[in-house]
Design a protein around this ligand. Structure first.
Ligand SMILES: Cc1cc2nc3c(=O)[nH]c(=O)nc-3n(C[C@H](O)[C@H](O)[C@H](O)COP(=O)(O)OP(=O)(O)OC[C@H]3O[C@@H](n4cnc5c(N)ncnc54)[C@H](O)[C@@H]3O)c2cc1C
Length: 294
């Protein structure tokens, strides 16, 4: 394997200074589950790996008591998010996703930040966070900025980060009342593999607990970037949430998705499964909304 120097800054500013000093010969590394594979495959050839894992903070989800927002630090491992009672109780859709990423060993080192910055269409972490209208906080030489997570993804392997910028945290709005959400990773087998499709659905209900006030449907591996099925969301708004309307929303989502043939599945099957899984996740979201409202 190629030799590189491993640097261990203790602060964000120190990490950014190192990146500025070493320019294109440097790359950030968090859990290393993507970076090291790419170095082995010869896709990356950095002289310096700047570790983000030694920076204090940003490694546990926490609730902002003033705003009610959940902050998930970019250096949180999938395992620490999976085990967070805050996530399990208030944002089960995130738990749905992280509990199935890779294996226990992968989840113990791989971070949510690495998952998002990697920006592959199959990133399981991205879909629930987009469904929840999350924002990404980013820090660099020009200071801090914030972007809507759904605008963060620019193309396969490309995201809205300038050279040297660090994704520091994900900010998730407080859960809305009468709301439920659910995510499913669909693949050929239960064991460790990347998804053939990822489907996340959020439904917020009116006070009658049957009419849809707001819907969010986001699909992974259905387009070059995580994809909001806007026509399906619009269709559901104001309608009764039932099997018929969720079937139609699923059909619309399949129609507007940009699925393609790949080694993990053919386009027609993926399109069909978008319909099936949007309906299934819609029903699960409805059930969760009702449970929370009891
Ligand atoms: C066996 C195996 C199974 C896997 N299974 C899944 C799966 O089921 N679902 C899935 O979605 N993924 C899966 N992955 C992919 C990978 O584990 C995840 O994407 C993981 O979350 C990446 O996080 P990391 O901390 O290891 O990233 P790293 O490898 O450390 O970094 C990834 C990229 O992000 C950059 N980076 C990392 N953190 C930051 C930051 N905070 N700011 C700026 N840049 C940053 C790095 O420079 C690099 O370009 C799997 C990988 C393996 C090896």
């Amino acid at each position: 394997m190629r030799q590189f120097t491993y640097l261990t800054p203790k602060t964000l500013d120190e990490a950014i200074s190192l990146h500025v000093a070493h320019g294109e010969s440097a790359r950030y590394v968090a859990g290393g589950t993507d970076v090291l594979v790419k170095i082995k495959e010869g896709k990356f050839a950095p002289d310096y790996l700047i570790s983000l894992k030694h920076i204090i903070g940003q490694d546990r989800p926490f609730l902002n008591q003033e705003t009610g927002e959940l902050y998930i630090g970019a250096f949180c491992t999938h395992g620490s998010i999976e085990q967070s009672p805050l996530v399990q109780h208030h944002y089960p859709i995130i738990h749905d996703a992280v509990k199935n990423i890779g294996s226990v060993q992968i989840r113990n080192v791989a971070t949510i930040g690495g998952n998002l910055v990697n920006a592959v269409p199959s990133a399981d972490g991205a879909i629930p966070l987009i469904v929840l209208d999350s924002k990404a906080n980013i820090y660099g030489t020009k200071g801090q900025r914030s972007v809507d997570l759904q605008r963060f993804f620019l193309g396969p392997g490309q995201c809205d980060l300038e050279a040297g910028e660090i994704l520091t945290e994900i900010v998730i709005p407080p859960p809305l009342p009468r709301t439920g959400s659910a995510y499913i990773k669909h693949g050929r087998r239960e064991a460790m593999e990347l998804p053939m499709l990822g489907v996340g659905v959020l439904l917020c209900l009116e006070e009658d607990m049957t009419t849809c006030a707001k819907a969010r449907i986001c699909l992974g591996v259905a387009a070059p970037t995580p994809f909001r099925a806007l026509a399906a969301e619009k269709y559901l708004k104001g309608k009764t949430v039932d099997e018929n309307n969720l079937t139609e929303a699923g059909r619309l989502a399949g129609q507007e998705s940009k699925v393609r043939d790949s080694i993990r599945g053919v386009a027609w099957y993926r399109r069909e499964m978008v319909g099936v899984l949007v309906k299934r996740m819609g029903l699960k979201a409805l059930e969760r909304a009702k449970e929370r409202h009891k």
